[in-house]
Design a protein around this ligand. Sequence first.
Ligand code: PAZ
Length: 313
Amino acid sequence: MDAISNVDETTSFFDSAPLLKDADNISNKLTQFIDHNSFLSGSGGPRRVVCVTSGGTTVPLEQRCVRYIDNFSSGHRGATSTEYFLKSGYSVVFLYRRGTCQPYCRALPDDPLLECFEFTDDFCIQVQESHSEAVKRAIREHHATVSGGFLLKLPFTTIFEYLQILRLIATSMKIIGANGMFYLAAAVSDFYVPWESMAVHKIQSASGPLDMRLAQVPKMLSILRKEWAPTAFYVSFKLETDKEILLEKADTSLKRYKMHAVVANELSTRKELVILVTNTAKVSVYRENHNSDVESPLIKLLVDKHSTFINNT
Ligand code: PAZ
């Protein structure tokens, strides 16, 4: 696809997308967050800010949505990476799918409210002994990052919300230039139903089999990189289930979108191994053992690469 038709398709995607509820509120939060962080210092310079995207986008099939197509992602990668970026002195804009895994909550059970607490009597609720360390740690670390102004969480559900919020984030991060990083771990829909051609009400099954044509989502990575925040450091992800094509696809993505790094992963082994693909090398990154996270060595490598990028800019 040539550059002009991608720009046209992007314009028409945004023009026809349903209006983002709360856009002003999100913009204000972002401005405050970036202002606050651009006055803080980090290791050897201004504090760095990373936008971590996490979870899968949905594609609604009806405007009053009952049914939708989903993209697989538990949000574990994004939530875990956010914790490691914060630990490395970054501030994080966490753009996440509602209901997916959250930073500092990984050690908690699925239903923490019901499983971590117990009644002592009618007036008192307390944390169960078996969960008390995990709950304390989650509250303490989350509170420290939020009260310091280091973590801003913005939720999305649909592809329309995701891309509109990503554009707001990118345009507000533009002023921090090379100190900004995009770490694009979300699983983003490739196809969608344009809003104007979408059924308004629930599609009826009485009319027989459903024929539906999906349009291609414009290649936003290209616009993000070239227009919205061109001086930032970019890390995108490539997920495949067929390992034979994984590295080739990651390489194509690196070159086509001028990414600084692409993290290639296979669905079944994504928590144990990722391959960091850059212009100069392909590095396999393993988790150290069953109790550790592959994100720990991965973020360390990326922080180093970001430092080199800043020094060279
Ligand atoms: O969210 P999760 O931990 O279950 O999975 C992470 C992931 C596989 C979605 C992520 O590492 C990734 O590859 N994201 C990009 C997906 C894509 O190529 O569309």
